[in-house]
Design a protein. Structure first.
Length: 135
């Protein structure tokens, strides 16, 4: 199995304030590469993030998503229009979208990882956290 790993949709970028995603990417990509049925993984990255969170592994290559806008609406438009073509060029069997979203019109198999979904089932609790108050 050949896997494309979406490291593009992680907001404005991976830097000093995004430690959780850096650890998540590193762990997920390492685990994928270690699986015997995985022939190879391509990590599709943001141009400004370099290899942040991307481990070194013989089965892993990095493909920079050139032209990716920094603003949120631009990234969403890119993900729905240009990104599926970028993924297709790498001829992968499956796309693992690691940050809550995925191209809607992609016809090949995809997996979407949803983070922090407690805000959907308990919106009041996330509001308390955001406001810095307790119940």
């Amino acid at each position: 199995m050949r896997v494309a790993f979406d490291a593009v949709s992680a907001g404005g970028g991976l830097g000093a304030g995004s430690g959780g995603m850096i650890v998540y990417y590193h762990g997920a990509l390492t685990a994928l590469c270690e699986r015997p049925e995985v022939e190879g993984v391509v990590a599709l990255t943001q141009p400004w993030s370099g290899r942040t969170g991307i481990p070194q592994h013989d089965k892993l290559t990095v493909a920079v998503s050139r032209g990716l806008p920094r603003n949120r609406i631009g990234r969403v438009m890119y993900e729905q229009t240009v990104f599926p073509l970028h993924v297709a060029r790498h001829r992968r069997d499956i796309l693992l979208s690691a940050c809550n979203t995925t191209p809607l019109l992609r016809r090949a198999p995809s997996v979407v990882v949803l983070h922090s979904i407690q805000t959907s089932s308990s919106p009041r609790s996330s509001h308390r956290c955001a406001a810095g108050t307790s119940a």
